[in-house]
Ligand binder design. Structure first.
Ligand SMILES: [Fe+2]
Length: 441
């Protein structure tokens, strides 16, 4: 045997012996890979990212788009044209300058750009892109609402909040696969966990990805969207108004966290259950009273009726629920309790009356969770369907004479369903369609 072969064999034996020794004493054989730095992963660049549509007013005539770049980009535009089958390179889109604002977060300074598309045609598919004239996003499509009360569907999500990139992405993507033509995505608060962490917003935008550029979002602010130094913990996450463009028709000082809009057969009202409850009650009454849409749907973060005792919100219940009763709100979509709970029709009478009485007249209250953080359920007398430890999303279909609701689990399976119709006196009738899936309480 040559000297070289002897050396190689001796070296190999040492490596094997060294490996066995390392395993015995618990030394790692290889160094851990470094963890990706959020300041690198979510750094803004010249290329538009976090592209998001939101509903800024009449959804049959307007649409808003927001996006982010580095602060190098000081002037930006959106271009829009009717979607056609031909390549868009031959089109002559309308170019609209963006409103640009600087946002400083814990990670970086960035520019957020906003364009509101106006004078759009109802029920029309548009193509748009955003950029600075050199660096453009891909072209995206969206569709405006009809100006007639035709049926539509939307998606509703309870709290995403934690481990958003790893555990919430699958839920929004499964929901999109269930309802790819959803009119909008409604987020009932606690979209993120820490109000002042830009990386969490980065995860939220990455989870939705290009879905957010094609289907508009609306959102209610949860307690986790607020922060600050106690007792002044009422600072809204600075990302909110930079990245969303919601209707500015709420009470003074609460714009874009309290608002309403009409979508075909429904008036959608979003409330802020964190503060200024009395002020919102005055505004709410006028918004619920003065409209002719067949259905009113309200969303907010904190539940009027909690999924378990001890998490009640009696102040908003005493101020807002009498208005829901008086003006026949059909459905209230909430979050915060990190479980699923759907009530019967709760009206002016006590919520612990016999379940048969909860089939006619009143409002259905729903709590849901789409992220992975879970709380236990308690027994509540008004619960008709509930689930613990289940990530969910909901599809809601609104037609003039019927409102249909489906709650689906993260794997796409149906867990709960019902529909509402109108009685001759205008009150609501509940029709359960609970599937034969084992109860997950
Ligand atoms: Fe919450």
């Amino acid at each position: 045997m040559s000297a070289a072969c002897t050396w190689v064999r001796a070296f190999g034996e040492r490596v094997v012996l060294g490996g066995v020794f390392a395993l015995l004493v618990g030394w790692p054989l290889f160094a851990e890979p470094p963890k990706a730095d959020p300041a690198e992963v979510y750094r803004p660049s010249l290329v538009p990212d976090r592209i998001l549509l939101s509903i800024p007013g009449d959804p049959s005539r307007t649409m808003a788009v927001t996006w982010r770049t580095s602060t190098v980009i000081e002037q930006a535009w959106a271009e829009i044209t009717r979607a056609t089958a031909e390549p868009l390179s031959g089109s002559t889109p309308r170019r609209i300058p963006a409103r640009t604002e600087r946002l400083e977060t814990d990670l970086f300074e960035a520019h957020y750009h906003t364009v509101i598309f106006e004078d759009l045609a109802p029920q029309t598919r548009y193509a748009y892109r955003v950029g600075d004239g050199v660096n453009w996003s891909p072209w995206h499509h969206f569709q405006t609402a009809s100006d007639k009360p035709e049926p539509f569907r939307f998606l509703y999500f309870g709290d995403a909040q934690n481990d958003i990139a790893s555990h919430w992405s699958r839920v929004i993507r499964e929901a999109f696969q269930t309802e790819p033509r959803a009119a909008f995505l409604l987020h009932a608060g606690d979209l993120i966990n820490r109000w002042n962490r830009d990386a969490e917003w980065g995860e939220w935008h990455a989870a939705g990805g290009w879905i957010n550029g094609c289907i508009p979002s609306i959102a209610a602010a949860g307690n986790h969207e607020y922060g600050g130094v106690p007792p002044l913990s009422s600072v809204l996450t600075p990302n909110w108004r930079a990245q969303f463009e919601f209707p500015r028709n709420g009470p003074e000082g609460l714009h874009e966290t309290v608002y309403y809009f009409d979508y075909q057969a429904a008036r959608i009202v979003v409330l802020n259950s964190n503060l200024a409850f009395q002020e919102q009650a005055t505004w709410l009454e006028s918004v619920l009273r003065d409209h002719d849409r067949p259905w009113t749907i309200v969303s907010m973060h904190h539940p009027i009726y909690s999924a378990r005792p001890g998490r009640d919100n009696p102040v908003i219940r005493s101020l807002w629920k009498p208005l829901f009763d008086r003006y026949r709100v059909a459905l209230v979509l909430q979050g915060h309790d990190h479980s699923y709970m759907r009530s019967g029709l709760l009206g002016e009478s006590a919520p612990d009356e016999p379940i048969q009485r909860q089939m006619s007249g009143g409002t259905v209250y729903v709590i849901s969770v789409s992220g992975p953080k879970m709380y236990d359920l308690g027994w509540q007398p008004f619960t008709r369907r509930a689930a613990r430890n289940t990530q969910m999303y909901q599809v809601i279909e609104v037609a003039v004479d019927k409102l249909r609701f489906e709650a689906r689990m993260a794997d796409g399976r149906l867990y709960d369903a019902f529909h509402l119709t109108r009685n001759a006196d205008g009150s609501v009738q509940l029709h359960d369609e609970i599937p034969s899936v084992p109860d997950r309480r």
